[in-house]
Design a protein around this ligand. Structure first.
Ligand code: ADP
Ligand code: TRP
Length: 344
């Protein structure tokens, strides 16, 4: 009896989850509810590999102090949110040089046409055309080849699932394509083909102006804003001109949408009733939102500040994670060097 060919990657008992966050700005409430919290939830069931995608950020952030600061803040942010570095592999992308060796290998199997179809690149070209500029103005090769680096981040660690926001699904599909081309070429499962998971239950968190909260729209509430700043930002939430006594629709108010993320069931019902009954002005609703937000964010902010104040501890955690990550990464590279014929 012939046995089916075994994949080259090891079979792990637990399934593996991997994701990364780019340190391109301050973490905001949308990142917390849309990415960090669901990923930490998954880590209870999966072997998790979570990292800070600092080389991805370099495409955008050219000031060294800013890049270093954002990187530390994203690391401290994950830890403050409850990531336990003893239970999962937590590292900086730049600490795993095998990523860049794999990127070179993947380049040889990635068609230029695939990169031409990437949303982020297409959006940048479109923006240039609309401004009447050269289509490639300001576009660096890092942005153009971004999906290959991201595929290397993923394929290096054999994940089964990659939790991401909807905008990143195309990138994960590109990683699948590239892995399949390689497996087909070498007639063996050299690389595990991962699945993107989008947490459908996680609603898009609205920003101050009601659009999706995003650092690029200037409408974000930073996750670790000091209490006074948080209060000021909440007061800036855009509302309509309904008078105090008028009944208000909770579902169309971003105050209420944000409240949902922080309030208990009881508090939620109570505020919805007060909205519908009329008699509560927007100012008061904002104060109530501030109260529940600050209640949940205060312990997070304190843990965050403690990590930021202790860079030696933060670096030690990341160094320990890098060691663990490299052990895994070296194995993937060894099997690919063999499969490709680079190593005999
Ligand atoms: P930004 O839009 O601020 O640049 P990123 O694109 O860096 O945010 O997002 C990092 C992660 O946070 C992604 O997984 C993304 O889906 C998630 N995320 C960002 N903004 C929101 C939001 N408003 N609601 C839900 N998830 C979000
Ligand atoms: N591109 C992702 C983003 O912008 C970040 C990222 C980089 C990532 N490498 C990854 C996400 C690998 C998941 C897996 O949000």
């Amino acid at each position: 009896m012939t046995r089916p060919p075994q994949p080259c990657y090891a079979g792990f008992m637990k399934k593996i989850s991997l994701t990364g966050i780019k340190p391109t700005g301050l973490l905001h409430i949308g990142n917390y509810f849309g990415a960090i919290k669901p990923a930490l939830e998954l880590a209870k069931e999966y072997d998790a590999r979570y990292f800070i995608a600092d080389y991805h950020a370099l495409n955008l952030i050219k000031d060294p102090k800013t890049l270093a600061r954002y990187t530390r803040e994203v690391a401290a942010g994950w830890l403050a949110a409850g990531l336990n570095p003893d239970e999962l592999v937590f590292y900086r992308q730049s600490s795993v040089p095998e990523t860049f060796e794999l990127t070179t290998m993947l380049m040889a199997f990635t068609s230029k046409g695939l990169m031409n179809r990437a949303h982020a690149y297409k959006a940048a070209v479109q923006a240039n055309l609309e401004k009447g500029e050269d289509p490639d103005a300001g576009i660096n090769m890092g942005l153009y080849t971004y999906p290959v680096l991201m595929a290397a981040d993923i394929l290096l660690f054999d994940p089964d699932v990659v939790p991401v926001g909807r905008d990143q699904v195309q990138h994960v599909e590109m990683a699948q394509d590239i892995a399949q081309v390689i497996n087909f070429n070498y007639k063996q499962d050299c690389l595990k083909v991962p699945q993107a998971v989008v947490q459908e239950s996680v609603a898009v968190v609205p920003g101050l102006d009601g659009r999706k909260m995003s650092k690029s729209y200037g409408n974000a509430i930073p996750l670790f804003a000091p209490e006074q700043d948080l209060h000021k930002l909440i007061k800036r939430i855009v509302t309509n001109s309904q008078a105090l006594e008028e009944p208000k629709d909770p579902d169309s108010s971003q105050i209420f949408q944000l409240y949902k993320l922080f309030a208990s069931e009881e508090e939620l019902l109570a505020l919805a009733a007060r909205f519908r009954n009329g008699g509560m002005g927007w100012g008061e609703a904002k104060e109530e939102l501030f109260r529940v937000m600050n209640r949940e964010l205060t312990p997070l902010r304190e843990r965050f500040n403690a990590f930021i104040a202790d860079p030696v501890r933060l670096d030690a955690i990341l160094a320990q994670g890098a060691e663990k990550a490299r052990l895994i990464a070296r194995k993937t590279i060894a099997r690919l060097r063999k499969a490709t014929g680079i190593d005999r």
